[in-house]
Structure formats: C-alpha cells, structure tokens
Design a protein around this ligand. Structure first.
Ligand SMILES: *Cc1c(COP(=O)(O)O)cnc(C)c1O
Length: 484
C-alpha cells in the first residue's frame, strides 16, 4: 500500500521537494476508497434514517483539535470523515426526505464536480477557460429556451438561488438609477433570500415591502399597486417587484402575467424567484403554471433542486443580458489581457464572483447522459406524487388538507375526525406527531405556518421517491397522531 509506506506527502518525482503532492498509486487508491464509501452510502440510503443530528456537546470532543503538524494516512482521514462527520446530517437525497427542499443529485452531476475540481477550471474569463465558457453559454442558452426568453437573454450559473437573486437586485437597483431611497416589493410568502438580497443592495428593512397574499398564497396585485402609488407619493423609488414561481411554503405561483403588466406600466424591474419551481417549465403542466415567467426582467433558478444536481448550482437569467454585464463589468489593469471581444464572454462580468467553479458542467453532463425526456419525466413525477398525496390526505378522516398540491408541495395537518380539538390542541398534537415521525427514523418532514396555522409540509421532488415512500410517510403521520 503505497499510501501508508511512503506517507501522504511523498513526492511523485524523485528529487522533487514538494511535500504536497501524492504518488499516482496513492491518489488512485484514495479515489477507490472514496467512491466505495459513496456507493455504500447510496446503496444503503433507503434503509437508513433520513436525518441524523447531534448536539455540539457530542461533536466537540470528537472533532476539536489543533491542525496536526505532521500528516496522517490519507485513508484514515477519509474513514474518519465518513464515520464521524458526513453522516451527522440530513440525507436530503433520501427517498423519504420531504423536509425543506430535498435535493437528489444525478451521478453524472457528481462526476462533473469531481472533473471540474480535478481539472481545476477557472471559470471567470474566456482567456482562463475558453471551452468551459463556451459550454456554460450553451447551457445558459438551454435555460433561456426553457423559460421562453428571447435571443438577447443570458445569464450565468451561481452558487444558488440566493446569489442569483442578489445579482438580479443589483442590476435592478442600477437600472432604477441607484436611487437614494429605494423600495423593493415582495409577497409575504417570499423566501428569506430575497429579503437578504434587498438588504445587501441597500434597501432599508422598513422599505422591503411585504404584500399580503390571497387565499391561495399568491400576492394581491391590487395591494401591491396601491403600495407603489403611496411610496411614490412619499418620495420613495421602487426598484424591483419580486414574484414567486413556487413559494417554498406551499409551491404557490404569484400571478405572473398580472405582475408583468403592473411592472411594465410602472416601469419597475420584475424579478421572479423560481429557485424552487423554475425547472417545472420543462413539463407542459409546469409551463402552464408559470406562464408569464418569460416576461420577467430576471429569473433565479436552482439546478440543485428540481434539476437534480449536487450543490451548488443556482442560475440567474436576465432578459437583456447587456444590462447584467453593464452592472457587473469592471476592467482593472491586471485583467487587461482578458478582453477578447464581445463574442467571448467573461463570466466574471455577469456577477459577483471572479474565480468561479465550472457549475454548468454538471447540468450539461447529466443532460447529455440521460436526455431531456428523463428529466421531464422526473419533474412531472414529483408533481404527480404530490397530487396523489393530496388525494390521500383528502380521503383520510384524520388528516386535513391545508394547501393544495402545487409544484410538488402539499401542506396538511392531523385533525382527528370527531374530536373537534381547538387550535392550540391541534398545534400541540401536530408538533408531537412530527417529532414522532422524525424520531421513528422512517421519514423526514418539516413544518411551517400558513396564515398562522401550524402545518406539516411534504416537498416531493426526489427522482428516486416512489408512491410507497409517500404513502408510508402519510401513514406514519396518521399513526403518530392517533397514538397521542
Ligand atoms: C431555495 C430557495 C432560495 C434560496 O436558494 P439557495 O440555493 O438556497 O441559495 C430562494 N428562493 C426559493 C423560493 C427557494 O426555494
């Protein structure tokens, strides 16, 4: 075993004094070990619990130590991480992980991250990465077509939806003339990432307007129009309207066409947060639900959610990509060599990051491998499973539906037939039912509040999840509720 006899830092070439290089044999051995451990995890996933947590007190003694002065056997380092660190976490790709937003990566996507790290791609300038930049242009153009955006639209891959929305609000602010007293509008169902983005671009917290929702958790456009009028009268300057295309709570989609009309009339930037639901446009049904998204000035998406990629894979699309580049392009002296002409996009000119990893590769590799048909089918299936969950909930005497299935999300609670419990009792009952299901290790789900009502929530978008997984989870909830 090369690794143990020569030590981790053994130079690959004799006479080389580099203590940070490994021999080819040691590297290959490590690759085999790592891939074996990943395979074991994948094969055992469904039988394993979907979540394992530990408190600080338990983890401190296990992991606290100064950095070692001398290196250790790299195999032991890997084994330790696989034993003590990585398993103490949510398995967000577990078929019965329905909490928050699950993520189930495809294997070619995982391999793409490995390749991109191994080739150490610097995806910031065309000079630094011509091939990868061309490929990112191609994948961005696929997303453009999926959204129904025109030719002049473009964008980039980002760490996630938060970064995509932040970049979008920077453009919106600049396009509004970087006003002194900016206001941003969003629904009460909008994601915290949008509030954070608005704060970062310099909008005071009291000028981040939250618009109330209708009975289906969609922004009330009349209220929004009135707020805009009042703010203008008060001397404030609207910078952006942020709409949901799949709110995290309920999967609700704001009335995008009406919002686009309002934004056009008022001359305000319309940003659509489609981090959750955006890739539903791949299906006919999702396309219909998200009609109007192509009229937005910008759209944030998350390929690590409904496009089955490993973290991190967000995407920002801007209808007029020149506006994006106008906002972010800066040419310091030390980058004077990178100017290769308009045709040669420097992705650093489209967002916050100069040094960027090659995120488009994972999307490209998994689509090349499986084809679009497979992706469309997987997205459609998430929606179908949520529909079936809704039917099941409606038919179960001890469950109450709190929001209809939308884009893979369904909200409900235990409400035992014939017991007529008050709200406080129902909340206590549901909290304990949820705790019990999680403690049972069978499934993982999270709760939320809908108009103040404590609600259980299933978010179903894992491509490996089956109806049995969903049904067994709902049955576990009923059982947990009945045993109290
Ligand atoms: C996940 C999500 C975000 C944040 O995206 P990150 O990838 O976590 O940065 C924003 N908005 C919505 C609706 C989301 O679901």
């Amino acid at each position: 075993m090369t690794a143990s006899t020569e030590g981790p830092g053994t130079p690959s070439r004799p006479g080389d004094s580099d203590a940070l290089t490994m021999s080819r044999e040691a590297m290959e051995e490590l690759v085999r070990l790592v891939s074996t451990r990943i395979m074991e995890r994948m094969e055992g996933l469904s039988a394993d619990q979907p979540w394992r947590g530990a408190d600080r007190e338990a983890l401190e003694p296990l992991l606290r130590e100064p950095p070692p002065e001398e290196g250790r056997d790299p195999r032991e380092v890997v084994e330790r991480v696989v034993r003590d660190v990585l398993p103490v976490a949510a398995r967000v790709d577990h078929p019965r992980f329905f909490a928050f937003v699950p993520s189930s990566a495809t294997w070619p996507g995982v391999m793409a991250d490995f390749l991109a790290a191994g080739f150490n791609t610097f995806q910031g300038t065309w000079l630094g990465s011509g091939g990868p930049s061309q490929l990112e242009l191609v994948v961005v153009d696929w997303v453009r077509e999926w959204l129904g955006y025109p030719e002049g639209a473009g964008g980039l891959f980002t760490s996630g939806g938060s970064a995509a929305s932040l970049d979008a609000l920077v453009v919106a602010r600049e396009e509004a003339g970087a006003p002194e007293r900016p206001v941003v509008y969003m629904g009460d169902q909008s994601h915290s990432a949008l509030i954070r983005a608005a704060r970062i671009v310099g909008v005071r917290p009291e000028r981040i307007r939250r618009v109330s929702s209708d009975g289906r958790f969609r922004v009330r456009v009349d209220d929004l129009a009135r707020m805009i009028r009042e703010d203008r009268e008060a001397g404030l300057t609207p910078v952006a309207i942020c709409a949901n295309a799949g709110a995290t709570n309920t999967g609700a989609v704001d009335p995008l066409e009406e919002l686009a009309d309002l934004a056009a009339r008022e001359g305000i930037w319309l940003h659509v947060d489609a981090a959750y639901g955006g890739f539903a446009v791949l299906t006919g049904r999702g396309r219909a639900l998200l009609r109007g998204i192509e009229r937005a000035d910008s759209v944030a998406l998350d390929a690590h959610k409904w496009l089955f990629q490993p973290f991190e894979a967000g995407c920002l699309m801007v209808k007029d990509v020149r506006r994006l580049e106008r906002t972010f392009s800066i040419r310091p002296e030390y980058l004077q060599d990178i100017e290769l002409g308009d045709q040669h996009v420097n992705f650093a000119d489209r967002g916050l990051q100069l040094t960027r990893s090659f995120r488009a590769l994972k999307v490209w590799m998994s689509i090349q491998t499986f084809g679009m048909k497979a992706f469309r089918g997987a997205v459609a299936r998430g929606m179908e499973l949520a529909d079936r969950a809704e039917e099941f909930i409606r038919a179960a005497p001890d469950l109450e539906l709190l929001s209809e299935a939308s884009l893979g999300v369904v909200c409900f609670r235990v409400n035992p037939a014939g017991k007529s419990l008050d709200e406080a009792a129902l909340e206590a009952l549901n909290e304990s039912a949820q705790d019990r299901v999680i403690a049972g290790g069978k499934a993982m789900m999270s709760s939320t509040r809908l108009n103040g009502v404590y609600s259980l929530r299933l978010c179903i978008l894992n491509h490996t999840t089956t109806w049995d997984d969903v049904r067994e989870t709902l049955e576990a909830v009923i059982e947990a509720g009945a045993s109290m």
